[in-house]
Design a binder for this molecule. Structure first.
Ligand code: ATP
Ligand code: MG
Length: 166
């Protein structure tokens, strides 16, 4: 069904901001391109943003900022996509681990000394759900602690319509 992805992102951000008051979690939306309508499953997409926000919280120190931005971006063929970036100020991810992040059960060596629990399925689920929606995920980090990590998601936009469900 047709979904307003901005509403899903903002709702997930608000939920995590409420339950993780030690982090500053904000959302910035590029205006002018509204609404960001995509074809998809709101429960699965909410799970995608929840997994990414949980990671950003888990792998960054108290007091760190987590910034989510939405903007429209064309792909190589000029089709409209929404680009969602989730930037944190956490422990970063070493370059040599980045290629394996979306494999099932993979946890990177950056978590040594960072007392976290996890099974390494969060990002696998994210990548699978995005792929099922015609989307994609990439990561940017120089592996420098405090410089953090940015996950960049893209999803295909549908033409504007009167039906908005979220
Ligand atoms: P879970 O299955 O509970 O989510 P997990 O968080 O370890 O466990 P993923 O979410 O798949 O698993 O993440 C895989 C690995 O990628 C993590 O173990 C961690 O090493 C690294 N990682 C993911 N997100 C971040 C982030 N925002 N900052 C730094 N490292 C990260
Ligand atoms: Mg995780």
């Amino acid at each position: 069904e047709e979904l307003d992805i901005q509403r899903i992102v903002e709702r997930t951000v608000a939920e995590h901001a409420m339950t993780s008051p030690m982090h500053t979690i904000t959302c910035q939306v590029q205006t002018g391109a509204h609404p960001y309508l995509i074809l998809g499953d709101s429960a699965r997409l909410s799970q995608v943003f929840a997994n990414l926000l949980q990671n950003a919280i888990k792998y960054s120190p108290f007091g760190g900022s987590i910034t989510v931005t939405l903007q429209q971006t064309p792909n190589a063929s000029g089709d409209p996509f929404v680009e969602i970036r989730i930037q944190d100020q956490g422990i970063g991810i070493p370059l040599d681990a980045q290629a394996r992040l979306f494999e099932r059960f993979y946890r990177a060596p950056n978590i040594e000394g960072n007392k976290t629990r996890g099974v390494g399925l969060g990002l696998y689920v994210v990548a699978q759900f995005l792929s099922l929606h015609g989307g994609h995920i990439g990561v940017e980090s120089r592996g420098i602690p405090g410089e953090g990590t940015c996950f960049i998601l893209t999803l295909p936009l549908v033409e504007r319509s009167d039906i908005i469900e979220a």
